[in-house]
Design a protein. Structure first.
Length: 129
């Protein structure tokens, strides 16, 4: 009887040891998978940030080109090159706008859509008895 008790204890100890090793292995595998997912997310974020910086740089370059094309010196040069014969505006033709011109133009355009005074609305209601 003693022999079977020791075999039972050894078998039980072996089963518990295998369960602990399997559990530890699954935790380790889960940790490796999680770190891999974090690495993939970090790489995707890095690529998106690089693309965002590239787009911002491209926007800045285009804004610089627009500012250069709209500069008075460039406009005068193009006027002479294309022989348009345009003259600079006189001081009476220049109007300075205070505020955001886009907001002012939007308000001017939508002035008729939204009246200043409330509108009277009436309608008949029929009661069912």
């Amino acid at each position: 009887m003693k022999k079977s008790e020791t075999h039972a204890f050894v078998n039980q100890l072996l089963v518990y040891t295998l369960v602990v090793i399997g559990f530890s292995g699954s935790i380790g595998l889960g940790t490796v998978w999680l770190r891999h997912q974090i690495s993939l997310s970090a790489n995707a974020t890095k690529q998106l940030e690089a693309r965002l910086n590239e787009v911002k740089r491209h926007i800045l370059e285009k804004n610089a080109e627009i500012e250069k094309a709209q500069s008075p010196a460039m406009l005068e040069y193009l006027n002479e090159q294309m022989k348009l014969g345009l003259q600079p505006p006189s001081p009476q033709q220049v109007q300075h706008i205070a505020g955001d011109p886009v907001q002012l133009l939007a308000a001017k355009r939508n002035r008729g859509l939204f009246p200043d005074e409330p509108v009277a609305v009436s309608f008949q209601v029929a009661l069912k008895r």
